[in-house]
Ligand binder design. Structure first.
Ligand code: GLC
Length: 785
């Protein structure tokens, strides 16, 4: 069954029925105040930090699912019948239900018994508050008397305490209606908070105590206040605090009324007064849309693949923004209680978005570089509110190394990408503290990162594993000094090449040459020790025993070292063979399994670690790990295989899965982190949507390696790898303040290769279009062949 479609005009994803296989959500806000909202109004809000500044409450893993949310109940005053225009929580059989998720907003509308109602949720630009705009229209006959009741359930700011220390939080959270302004204010005697809920309409009743609104044994589906048809005017002196206003609506046939509800993490009377006037809503909403249009317009494509176009023009960049804002903290799968931002994760998140928000990326990189120790490795995790870091996952097992072998390398890759995109080479000389307070320039930070990997080596001289590399659950390093990562060796090759290219561009040929020598040595070590015959091995354990070899029973082949062979620029023939082996052994209709065969048996296998806690086919144990899959698009692009690049791209493409939504369950407009793999009983079920590095790399893979337009130190390389049957494509892209209108033609039906490039009518040698940095617009015509 399909549950929705893309609106071709607006790019919105339109959900046509409320009972989606899982709640299909959207993000509100621009990284400061915001939250998640589902297609039935479920979700919650937070301010700056989902863990320490939680504003409204959400019950994860609860029955019923996806509650509470931002609700309104409508009631027919004469019959007493009531319903929710967003379907939840009453779940009455509404007609003409439709939910539209768009950039920064969600609209849910439905009809019931002659009343059409529409709720639009959004966070106005630059404001720390959310608006729920309710439009109610009498589309039936006869005058209607209606009641409208809002409902928001406040959380204690410390979201963990809100769930674990109910006596404390339940004593000190209180709520009241401020008599003068009529605003509901949730406050506490211990912390300085004043969460507010306000309304633009005349109030006939209110509630602030959940027990009174819902009834001790009532439910959000059948709350006591709606059963009675009147608010109880409760003032919450303790327990669970809510905000609810009751309104009267009298509507003649054809008449409609708008009520604007506002929820905010801080009381601000001017703001409340502003939204008292519903007519400001249109301009606020337009301003928000204009800001998103600006963001999205920085790169737009027109290819023969319509679903790819919608993903690249709308949904993929929306998701990339959410991952940059919220890293892996708050989604339907991450309860916003634990993890801060990952050094590795956020470094990768910057890759897809740097052309659109370079300043924000620079800030992110500065924050992350501060987590680097003088020896070159970096904290694994950072808490953006305090700027403090820690070893993240590694702290769960203090007997293992408390560092990861890849964090600092991803930081270098993110930084070089920033330089290529912006040309801001002064950044290299910016002073940034190390973790111990000493200071170094960005260039020094990069050098220390390189040094750390160079100085920490295991079996065969390959980089030592540390707690893990990109794969958090590959933990063979118990301290003997043998455990090593082939993937990191390949990443290191890429880092060395990128930094050598940078130095060469800056005219520092000696250092560039040294790094190239180092790179050649690393690549030789990989070829001498990690080539398994048909593919590359994955790692070595603490006894120096191989992981990821045909000679073993489990995990004979791993995806990451086959893709990264191409990303690391290793021997072409082997890289091709490696990808061919991955294709044969690991590829499925929903993407590449991470390894094969998966580990089986009882308990954790110590020499491997976390991977072996998963059943076969789940997550890192042979699941389709979507983030890792995206590197197959990059690899196919680098190897010039356009058919495969596009095939792999589509295997993961959310919009290509509308018709298998019942199997996949997750939203078909954003990427998810993992799909149960072929060895699992429920192969194809997808999980953990929204906050995943898949978003960034899927975008980079498609725009830079499939469509092949990627920034370099002095221009834009245009080197597409596309299916032979494509006759071309177009891309409009911002680059260093100028707009490039790129038209690629493929008259001979090739998959890769560029025959000629013209810029503004003039022929250019090679495939690099210059960085004009002139604020102008430039026409680029590329003929493949
Ligand atoms: C999760 C983590 C990411 C890690 C991946 C593979 O997505 O957020 O940092 O690389 O799992 O283990």
């Amino acid at each position: 069954m399909t549950y929705g479609h893309v609106d071709k005009e607006t790019g919105e994803y339109v959900i046509e029925r409320p009972d989606t296989p899982t709640p299909w959500i959207n993000y509100l806000g621009e990284g400061v105040y915001g939250g998640i909202v589902s297609n039935t109004g479920g979700g919650y809000s937070f301010y700056k930090d989902p863990k320490n500044r939680r504003v409204t409450r959400y019950r994860y893993n609860a029955v019923p699912d996806d509650q509470p949310g931002r609700y309104v109940y409508l009631q027919d005053r004469s019959s007493g019948e009531y319903w929710s225009p967003t379907w939840q929580p009453v779940k009455e059989d509404v007609d003409d239900y439709e939910c539209r998720h768009g950039p920064g907003y969600t609209t849910i509308e439905s009809k019931y018994d002659g009343i059409a109602a529409e709720m639009t949720y959004f966070v106005p630009l630059g404001e720390d508050c959310e608006l729920w705009v309710l439009d109610v229209e009498n589309v039936g006959e006869g005058t209607r008397q209606l009641g409208a009741f809002s409902y928001v359930e406040f959380s204690f700011p410390d979201a963990l305490a809100d769930q674990t220390n109910l006596d404390w939080t339940g004593q000190i959270m209180r709520a009241r209606v401020d008599e003068e302004s009529g605003v509901i204010e949730a406050y506490s005697s211990a912390e300085e908070i004043s969460y507010t809920h306000a309304t633009s309409a005349e109030v006939v009743g209110f509630d602030t105590q959940r027990r009174e609104f819902v009834g001790q044994y009532g439910s959000l589906e059948e709350p006591a206040v709606l059963e009675a048809g009147a608010a109880r005017n409760s003032q919450a002196t303790h327990d669970n605090v809510i905000g609810s206003f009751e309104h009267d609506l009298e509507l003649e046939p054809g008449e409609s009324e708008r009520i604007v509800f506002m929820t905010a993490p801080e009381r601000d009377d001017d703001r409340i007064a502003k939204y008292d006037d519903p007519s400001v809503i249109e301009s606020e909403f337009e301003a928000l849309q204009a800001e998103w249009d600006d963001y999205l317009s920085t790169l737009q494509v027109e290819t023969p693949d319509a679903e790819m176009n919608t993903m690249l023009n709308v949904w993929n960049p929306i998701q990339c923004r959410s991952t940059l804002y919220w890293s892996r903290t708050a989604s339907r799968y991450q309860a916003g209680l634990g993890r801060g931002m990952g050094t590795r994760d956020s470094s990768q998140d910057t890759l897809s978005i740097v052309h659109a928000v370079p300043d924000q990326v620079r800030e992110t990189l500065e924050m992350l570089w501060k987590l680097q120790f003088p020896d070159g490795h970096a904290w694994h995790q950072v808490y953006p509110l305090s700027g403090e870091g820690d070893a993240g996952l590694a702290t769960e097992d203090p007997s293992k190394p408390q560092w990861f072998s890849d964090d600092h390398l991803f930081l270098v890759l993110g930084t070089v990408q920033y330089l290529k995109e912006t040309g801001d080479y002064d950044f290299l000389e910016a002073d940034i503290p190390f973790e111990d307070g000493s200071t170094g320039t960005v260039r020094e930070h990069i050098e220390r990162a390189i040094e750390f990997t160079d100085e920490h080596r295991g079996t065969h001289g390959l980089p030592r594993m540390g707690y893990a590399d990109w794969n958090d659950s590959l933990n063979p390093d118990d301290g003997s000094g043998e455990a090593a990562s082939v993937m990191v060796a390949m990443m290191y090759c890429r880092v060395l090449k990128e930094v050598a290219d940078l130095y060469e561009f800056l005219g520092e040929d000696d250092r560039a040459a040294e790094l190239r020598t180092q790179r050649a040595e690393e690549s030789e070590r990989i070829d001498d020790h990690a080539w398994d015959g048909e593919w590359y091995t994955r790692a070595y354990d603490d006894d120096g025993r191989v992981i990821g070899s045909a000679s073993e029973d489990y995990q004979q082949i791993s995806l990451n070292t086959q893709t990264w062979a191409a990303l690391g620029g290793l021997d072409d023939e082997r890289a091709e063979r490696a990808m061919e082996s991955a294709h044969e052994r690991l590829n499925t209709e929903y993407g590449f399994a991470l390894l094969d065969p998966p580990w089986e048996g009882e308990g954790t296998i110590d020499r491997i670690g976390g991977t072996t806690t998963y059943p076969p086919g789940a997550k890192e144990n042979g699941g389709i790990f979507c983030h890792a899959h995206t590197w197959s698009v990059v690899a196919a692009g680098l190897l010039g295989d356009g058919e495969r690049a596009h095939q792999y791209y589509r295997q993961l493409l959310p919009l290509a899965h509308d018709d298998v939504a019942d199997l996949r369950r997750v939203e078909p407009y954003v990427y998810c982190q993992n799909v149960l793999g072929p060895a699992h009983e429920e192969f194809g079920v997808a999980k953990n949507s929204w906050l995943t590095g898949t978003a960034s790399w899927a975008y980079v893979g498609a725009t830079q390696y499939l469509l092949g337009v990627r920034p370099t130190f002095d221009g834009l390389v245009i080197d597409p790898t596309i299916p032979a049957e494509w006759d071309g494509f177009e891309m409009e892209r911002e680059f260093r303040g100028a707009t490039y209108e790129i038209a690629v033609e493929n008259p001979d039906g090739v998959e890769s290769g560029v025959a000629s490039v013209e810029v503004d009518g003039e022929k250019v040698d090679g495939d690099v279009v210059p960085a004009f940095e002139d604020g102008g617009s430039h026409e680029v015509r590329v003929v493949m062949g």
